[in-house]
Design a protein around this ligand. Structure first.
Ligand code: MF3
Ligand code: CO
Ligand code: CO
Length: 293
C-alpha cells in the first residue's frame, strides 16, 4: 500500500521543503487550469483566442473552396475534375490541401458520390443527374487546420436522395445544438443517433469526428452515436469536428480495393455534413460556417 503524503511531510520532489509549501500548490494550480489538465489527462489541446482566429481564417477559406467547387458540379464532369479545381483554389490562396499525401491519400479532397460513405478518392467517376455528391475539404493555412464537408444535389434529386440529405443536414445541426460547456461528448452522439434512427436511418460507426486545428486529427474522438452523460466534459476552447455519416439503409460499410473508399454494404445512399466548431462560454460557434437550416 502507498502511504498518502501528509501536508507536513517532506515533499516527494526532493526539494526538502514541506509538501504543503511545495508541490501541493503546483498540482492544484495545474488541475485548476483546464488547458493543462486537458492536455495532461486527455491529450486535448485547448485553443486560445489567437489560435481560434487562425483556425477561423482557414475555415473561411475551406468554405470559399467548397463554394468554388459547387459552381462546377454538374452531370458529366468527373470527381477528379472537381478535385483539380479544389487543389488550384487552395494553392492560389496560399494554403495547402491537408489530405494530399496524408497517410498516402493521393488527392486534395474526398469526393463521395451516392453509396460512397466517405473518403471517396477523386478519379474517373462521372457525376450523373440525380446523384448526391459529398465534398470534404481540409486545408492548412498559416499552420492551422480546418475541416468541413457538404453534400450537394446534382440536377433533380429523387425522393430517397432528398430524404437522406435532409436528415444528415439536420443531424449535424442537432449535434451542434448539444454543444456547450458542462455537456459531454456522449451527449452529441446520442442526439445525432436518436434523431437519425427515429427517422428510419442508420449511423455509421467506423468513422468519427475529431479534434482539429493544430493537426488534422487530434483528440478527442467525437462519435456520431453514443450515450447521454458519458465521455469527456466539453470545455471552452475545445475545437473539433462534428461529421455524421447517415445511411438510408443499414449502418455497415466496406472499404474498396483502393484502400480508402468506404461504401455502404447494402448499396443504399449515404450522406454527410461536417463542420469544425469551437466550444464557447455558453455554446459553440462554427469556424467553417454555413447554413444548416
Ligand atoms: N476530411 C476527412 C475527415 O473528415 C479525413 C480525410 S482523410 C483522407 O476527417 F485521407 F481520406 F483524406
Ligand atoms: Co473530419
Ligand atoms: Co473532413
Amino acid at each position: 500500500m502507498v502511504k498518502k503524503i501528509g501536508r507536513n511531510d517532506p515533499c516527494f520532489c526532493g526539494s526538502g521543503k514541506k509538501y504543503k509549501q511545495c508541490c501541493i500548490n503546483k498540482q492544484r494550480k495545474t488541475d485548476k487550469d483546464p488547458k493543462k489538465l486537458y492536455s495532461r489527462v486527455y491529450n486535448i489541446n485547448l485553443k486560445n483566442k489567437k489560435d481560434i482566429e487562425g483556425i477561423r481564417k482557414t475555415g473561411l477559406l475551406v468554405i470559399a473552396t467548397l463554394n468554388e467547387a459547387e459552381n462546377f458540379i454538374k452531370a458529366g464532369v468527373t470527381t477528379d475534375y472537381l478535385d483539380k479545381i479544389i487543389h488550384d483554389f487552395t494553392i492560389k490562396n496560399n494554403a495547402k490541401p491537408a489530405t494530399l499525401g496524408y497517410r498516402g491519400f493521393p488527392k486534395s479532397s474526398c469526393i463521395s458520390v451516392n453509396e460512397v460513405v466517405c473518403h471517396g478518392v477523386p478519379g474517373d467517376r462521372v457525376i450523373e443527374d440525380g446523384d448526391i455528391v459529398n465534398i470534404d475539404i481540409t486545408s492548412i493555412l498559416n499552420g492551422y487546420y480546418a475541416d468541413a464537408s457538404k453534400t450537394y444535389f446534382v440536377g433533380t434529386p429523387k425522393k430517397d436522395a432528398e430524404k437522406i440529405v435532409k436528415i444528415a443536414q439536420h443531424a449535424i445541426m442537432i449535434g451542434k445544438n448539444t454543444v456547450k460547456p458542462g455537456n459531454k461528448v456522449g451527449d452529441i452522439g446520442w442526439a445525432i443517433q436518436n434523431y437519425a434512427e427515429k427517422n428510419g436511418c442508420s449511423v455509421v460507426r467506423n468513422f468519427v469526428g475529431h479534434g482539429t486545428g493544430f493537426d488534422f486529427h487530434e483528440e478527442p474522438q467525437i462519435p456520431n452515436f453514443g450515450r447521454k452523460k458519458t465521455g469527456i466534459e466539453l470545455v471552452e476552447g475545445m475545437v473539433f469536428t462534428i461529421e455524421p455519416m447517415i445511411n438510408l439503409g443499414k449502418k455497415e460499410i466496406k472499404i474498396l480495393s483502393d484502400g480508402w473508399t468506404a461504401v455502404t454494404k447494402d448499396g443504399f445512399l449515404s450522406a454527410q455534413f461536417e463542420q469544425t466548431i469551437v466550444v464557447t462560454k455558453d455554446g459553440c460557434e462554427a469556424l467553417t460556417p454555413y447554413d444548416l437550416t
